[in-house]
Write a protein that binds this ligand. Structure first.
Ligand SMILES: Nc1nc2c(c(=O)[nH]1)N[C@H]1C(S)=C(S)[C@@H](COP(=O)(O)OP(=O)(O)OC[C@H]3O[C@@H](n4cnc5c(=O)[nH]c(N)nc54)[C@H](O)[C@@H]3O)O[C@H]1N2
Ligand SMILES: Nc1nc2c(c(=O)[nH]1)N[C@H]1C(S)=C(S)[C@@H](COP(=O)(O)OP(=O)(O)OC[C@H]3O[C@@H](n4cnc5c(=O)[nH]c(N)nc54)[C@H](O)[C@@H]3O)O[C@H]1N2
Ligand code: SF4
Ligand SMILES: [Mo]
Length: 731
């Protein structure tokens, strides 16, 4: 057998780094960073280069599995599809279509063809109950974009390549690979800002890895809203406001200014811990970059999104970018253009369910923090007819990823009458499933990077790439689109609201893995059509002539404001959307008062680690060597509690209690404890390595239900949770 080198890109995280993969007899022998990739330029992390262990893991599910008693047995696809179809049909006939829900995880974001078919199936059934980890990471941004710019996918990204001032709140791109805009080699590229004479400042309760690229300022968890309100106020009072642009392209400035007026640098300091002088200095630097036309940008991500004020924070941040004249300007924040206009496209994909508790559906997602309640039903209603009884989980492990107070979510999932998971492995939620359906890995799919990059063009360096599969999928493994089409067929529902198209799609799926299927064009034809419609080379030419990606023209800005890409009714940016301003005004003073009374208490935050991807890499022996995660705390806190490195503590919140060893580190802000999330694997029989390297699930400490969900966006409160920590009693 000869070894062949294939060029592709990693899809584990949003950095989508270029890779060279050596393949022999359909097996990965080595993975290296692709030095010729037009943006990642030879960068890749260990999760990408050690993917072979996951790809060829002996634990991988290679046939559909059915739970029989307490065992899982292999069954055929025909049996799986017909049994699942029959069970679903009987549940739907008895209880109506809302008896079925769906949950998609972060890995689902990289499966570009899946959403079209998943939504088509659910739409055809009439089910509107879609959940996902989007309400753990980012729905606040989509909500605010909808209010300010008229569509969730009007998502601005900072012009990292040209800016002279950047403030990054609640993100750690050197470890995470960044999120919601494409920025591989993040650290190097942030460092460039300093080299060109600008500043990049990271505001974070932990001195993060990325901060080596610039400056770092500590902020008390879940207080960013006060910092941002004061930053805005100070900018309006003493900094640079681009009055001309505001007058021409925006509405609501007076109301915005008034909302922020109470928040002075001194006042925010009392709860954020950011010195008033530091805030003033940052405003001065930002205003100077804005006034000079070189450009400045504020950006925020997961750590802030997961607080109690994710939507108000993003509104304040976007407003600062807008009024300072940086929105839609080189060096400021930009709107990309990709293969399609996602502004309108997403409306069709976003199924909306009217909840009785008044919580919102944002971009088609229900709050994951309501999932246990929605499955268990109202305890006061006998056999609650509204409860979810069936669920399909695609590419996720919600029991570890979502708030799971005291294990309540485990109990909810275990009570389902039908639970189907579509995954590479039988993870924790899979262990509770009735059926586990084996999916293809990213190496086995023809693909383009995540929707936000490819469709919406959110790339700090605009480019496009397409990759053929690197490996042939094992014979009994199937892509998600096929599974949804087959289920539609078994249920007898009409897809796309069109009988002819529906019949054709179902026939296509039936034939796809048979002898005739080889003669039919593959599903990548859909991508090919998109490329050509966008005036780009088709996918064959992309794969052959541009395997390392194709750079697209630079985004110079000035392609949003004053154009019909602003989708608000008045075609102007709304700086003071009613629901957001009202929520901010109703909650800010109360939260501030609460912060003053809890200043001495400890707060819990999460922490991503370079060798782990949520729960998806926990089973990789080359990546996971330690048997547990740790609670990171500042030396002062450790001394007060009386623990030293490696000793166990008990961490308790209003929702649960865990036992975990500590790491003492001055990277932490005093009174902040970081616990890497997405550990706690003791229960998955399908993950042999993870089971012996289990760690502790920190989300047992997070609350669920409306009190722990941001009312504007449905985001779960996962960061900045009040906790008590004490020496653990002897085990
Ligand atoms: N290696 C690795 N990469 C990943 C993942 C992974 O698990 N491992 N997960 C992927 C996923 S699903 C996502 S969504 C992205 C997320 O990508 P990022 O948004 O970059 O997320 P994090 O790395 O968690 O960074 C969040 C930061 O917020 C800080 N923080 C916490 N609370 C607060 C707060 O209240 N205020 C401020 N200012 N900061 C706060 C934390 O210290 C942390 O440094 O990463 C993706 N990439
Ligand atoms: N406390 C705290 N909790 C958090 C976070 C935090 O910062 N703090 N972060 C939150 C965030 S942002 C997220 S996104 C969630 C992450 O949680 P999830 O979105 O649930 O992601 P994973 O745990 O990585 O689960 C991914 C599953 O997908 C499977 N998978 C991988 N590739 C494929 C594929 O190609 N096809 C299919 N079908 N399956 C595949 C993997 O085997 C794995 O079982 O955790 C959230 N939880
Ligand atoms: S940074 Fe993300 S995309 Fe790049 S190699 Fe690592 S996991 Fe893959
Ligand atoms: Mo995420």
């Amino acid at each position: 057998m000869t070894v062949e080198t294939r060029i592709t890109f990693c899809r584990i995280c949003e950095a989508t780094c270029g890779l060279e993969v050596d393949v022999e007899a359909n097996r990965v022998v080595a993975i290296r960073p692709d030095p010729k990739h037009v943006v990642s330029q030879g960068y890749a992390c260990v999760k990408g280069t050690r993917w072979g262990a996951t790809q060829h893991s002996p634990d991988r599910v290679l046939h559909p599995q059915k739970r029989v008693g307490d065992r899982f047995v292999d069954i055929s696809w025909d049996q799986a599809i017909s049994e699942i179809g029959a069970k679903l049909r009987s549940l739907i006939d008895r209880h109506g279509p809302q008896v079925l829900a769906h949950f998609v995880g972060s890995a689902g974001g990289a499966i570009v063809l899946s959403p079209m078919f998943r939504v088509a199936l659910y739409n055809a059934i009439g089910t509107r109950r879609m959940y996902g980890t989007g309400t753990c990471d980012t729905m606040n941004k989509f909500r605010v974009n909808g209010e300010m710019y008229g569509a969730a996918m009007r998502l601005m990204y900072p012009d990292v390549e040209h800016t002279h001032f950047m403030l990054v709140l609640g993100a750690n791109p050197a470890v995470s690979g960044n999120t919601l805009y494409h920025l591989p080699r993040a650290q190097e590229r942030f460092a460039e800002i300093g080299k060109r004479g600008g500043r990049v400042v990271f505001l974070n309760p932990r001195r993060i890895e990325t901060a080596a690229a610039g400056e770092h300022v500590f902020i008390r968890p879940d207080t960013d809203v006060f910092f941002l309100a004061a930053f805005l106020n100070e900018t309006i009072q003493h900094g640079h406001v681009d009055r001309e642009r505001v007058g021409k392209f925006m509405v609501g400035f007076e109301r915005l200014a008034k909302s922020a007026e109470a928040w002075t640098p001194e006042r925010q300091e009392r709860v954020t811990g950011v010195p008033a002088a530091t805030l003033r200095d940052l405003v001065r630097a930002h205003s100077e970059a804005s006034r000079s036309g070189r450009g400045g940008a504020l950006s925020m991500a997961t750590g802030v999104n997961q607080g109690r004020s994710g939507s108000p924070c993003f509104w304040l941040l976007e407003s600062i970018n807008a009024i300072s004249g940086n929105l839609d300007r080189k060096g400021g924040t930009l709107l990309g253009s990709g293969l399609i206009d996602m502004g309108d496209a997403l409306k069709e994909l976003a199924l909306s369910y009217d909840r009785e508790d008044g919580l919102p559906t944002v971009s088609g997602l229900q709050p994951s923090g309501m999932l246990a309640d929605d499955i268990l039903g109202n305890p006061d209603v006998k056999d609650d007819p509204k409860r979810i009884r069936a669920m399909i989980v695609e590419a996720s492990n919600p029991l570890l990823a979502c708030s799971n107070p005291d294990g309540r979510l485990d109990e909810a999932f275990a009570s389902l009458e039908l639970l189907v998971t579509i995954d590479l492995f039988r993870n924790e939620v899979g262990s509770l499933a009735h059926y586990v359906l084996p999916a293809t890995t990213w190496m086995e799919r023809p693909e383009i990077p995540y929707a936000l990059q490819s469709f919406a063009g959110a790339c700090a360096t605009p480019y496009i790439i397409y990759a053929d599969p690197v490996l042939e999928a094992p014979p009994d493994v199937r892509p998600e689109w096929w599974i949804y089409l087959r289920l539609a067929d078994a249920l007898g529902v009409t897809l796309f609201g069109n009988r002819l198209a529906s019949a054709a799609a179902k026939l296509y799926a039936r034939l796809h893995f048979g002898p005739i299927g080889r003669l039919l064009p593959g599903p990548e034809k859909i991508l090919d059509g998109m490329f050509k419609k966008a005036g780009l080379p088709g996918i064959r030419e992309m794969a052959e002539k541009h395997p390392h990606g194709l750079l697209l023209p630079e985004n110079e800005g000035n392609n949003f404001l004053g154009t019909d890409r602003v989708l608000t009714p008045h075609k102007k940016v709304d700086l003071a959307p009613d629901p957001i301003v009202a929520a901010f005004e109703a909650t800010a003073e109360q939260l501030f008062a609460e912060e003053l009374t809890t200043r001495d208490r400890l707060k819990l935050i999460g922490m991503r680690q370079i060798k782990r991807m949520n729960t998806a890499s926990s089973n990789s022996a080359p990546l996971v060597r330690e048997t547990t995660n740790h609670a990171y705390l500042h030396p002062e806190d450790a001394a007060r509690i009386g623990v030293s490195n490696g000793e166990p503590v008990e961490v308790e919140s209003a929702h649960g209690r865990i036992r975990i060893p500590v790491r003492v580190s001055d990277e932490m802000m005093p009174r902040t404890v970081a616990i890497p999330q997405c550990w706690g694997h003791a229960k998955a029989d399908g993950l042999s390595h993870a089971k012996t390297h289990p760690g502790v699930n920190s989300n047992l400490l997070a609350g669920d239900g409306p009190a722990h969900i941001e009312a504007l966006s449905g985001m779960s409160h996962l960061s900045g949770i009040l906790i008590d920590v004490r020496r653990a009693p002897e085990a």
